[in-house]
Design a protein around this ligand. Structure first.
Ligand SMILES: [Zn+2]
Length: 274
């Protein structure tokens, strides 16, 4: 066990305090960490930020590494990543809905290094990624957290209308095979080499998409996602107002004139050719 306050010269901050609340830059701190796990984190950060179009960040906030409780945190072999701050841009993990491409780009590369990654859709992890190496890097259909990730990228990166429920079934398998074919990756996804290739290409595609301008249609989709997460009592009336807006003749005319999503195919071709 050793103490660190940065990883690859990126300062590690803590922002879960009354005067440094979640979502702020927080303050630099020392964190106890297992030496081997530290090496994995260094490699992971190296790869994430070498690929990320925003480059190396100025600060990463963490909810903790060593925490005196049972589980991987108790050994200093788990990392809770709250937010990443670049000079002109910030990714706070609770903002997943509004920064899906950047979020999933980062997560794709993290998954190449950590067998366990718990994300936004994994209960209790809306405000941080939990990363640890207690299991090896691969894809198991029975893993809820891995299937959640797979369904999230199928839907939000590759545009497949899959249900995100963490349960693998015929629908998830079919869309996965479609995407693997498009990316020229051998199936099955459960073979480690195939899975690693999928993570790598998906990370690059997601990062490329994150650079493109957000269209009004995407903003509407985000709004719909947020509405669907509302408590039932409020959801009904907000959803009604939303549908009335979208179904209005003039709104529909305007929406039809807006260019649809980014050109996914050309992004994929670009990544495959590079
Ligand atoms: Zn954790």
């Amino acid at each position: 066990m050793k103490a660190i306050n940065s990883i690859n010269n990126i300062p590690l901050h803590y922002a879960r305090l009354v005067n440094h609340p979640y979502g702020t830059l927080g303050e630099q701190r020392n964190f106890s960490i297992d030496s081997n796990f530290h090496e994995v984190l260094k490699d992971a950060f190296d790869e994430v930020f070498a690929n990320c179009p925003l480059g190396k960040p100025e600060v990463v906030t963490t909810a903790g590494i060593f925490v005196n409780k049972p589980g991987q945190h108790g050994h200093g072999t788990a990392f809770d990543l709250d937010a990443v701050f670049w000079k002109d841009k910030t990714l706070i993990t609770t903002n997943f809905i509004h920064q899906k491409e950047l979020y999933l780009g980062i997560e794709s590369f993290l998954r190449k290094h950590f067998g366990i990654v718990l994300n936004y859709y994994y209960r209790g992890h809306e405000d941080h990624w939990h990363l640890d190496t207690s299991v090896s890097v691969d894809y198991n259909e029975s893993s809820k957290s891995e299937t959640l990730y797979l369904q999230m990228v199928l839907k939000y990166i590759y545009g497949k209308p899959v249900i995100i429920d963490g349960l693998s079934g015929p629908q998830t398998r079919n869309y996965t095979n479609e995407v693997f074919n498009r990316l020229n990756i051998n199936t099955p996804i459960t073979t480690k080499a195939n899975y690693l290739k999928f993570l790598d290409i998906t990370g690059k595609v997601a990062f490329k998409l994150s650079e493109e301008k957000t269209t009004p249609l995407q903003l509407l989709e985000n709004l719909e996602t947020v509405i669907n997460q509302l408590p039932a009592a409020n959801k009904h009336v907000v959803k009604g107002a939303f549908n009335t807006f979208v179904d209005n003749d003039e709104t529909a005319t305007w929406l039809n004139s807006v260019t649809n999503h980014h050109d996914l195919d050309s992004v994929i071709d670009h990544v495959l050719a590079s």
